[in-house]
Design a protein around this ligand. Structure first.
Ligand code: THU
Length: 126
């Protein structure tokens, strides 16, 4: 699958976002080493701290289906800037691989890519 195809899945996922508070929809598409892709969106809550980001939705879907071997994640947000994963999502994903590629798109679909370890060096672990 190309980066663009993975990003298209992320963009489609953003259309399912539940965002009555921020109105900022995010979609993520997480690719596993066997080619399986799990999509997710952000799901907000009136108790704002209970909100779940798109990346963690996708990750939890994958892990709960028995997949933990991740190679790439595409993140799409309709903002002016590239939609970068928040700190909590970086740490959450790093549990499984710091080698995965992270594609971050903005409105219109242009994206930048990083390795997760570039975005979160010195990840917490014990
Ligand atoms: N959000 C994500 O889905 N992923 C991130 O990495 C950062 C933020 C969501 C959470 C909230 O619903 C909205 O973006 C605005 O913060």
């Amino acid at each position: 699958m190309t980066d663009r195809e993975l990003m298209d899945i992320a963009e489609q996922a953003s259309k399912k976002a539940y965002v009555p508070y921020s109105r900022f929809a995010v979609g993520a598409a997480l690719e596993c080493s066997d080619g399986t892709v799990y999509a997710g969106c952000n799901v907000e809550n009136a108790a704002l701290g209970s909100t779940i980001c798109a990346e963690r939705t996708a990750c939890v879907k994958a892990v709960s289906e028995g997949h933990t071997d991740f190679v790439r994640i595409a993140i799409y947000g309709e903002g002016q800037g590239y939609c970068m994963p928040c700190g909590a999502c970086r740490q959450f994903l790093s549990e499984f691989s710091t080698d995965m590629e992270v594609l971050c798109a903005k409105a219109g679909g242009r994206y930048v890519s990083y390795k997760l370890r570039e975005l979160l060096p010195h990840t917490f672990n014990y």
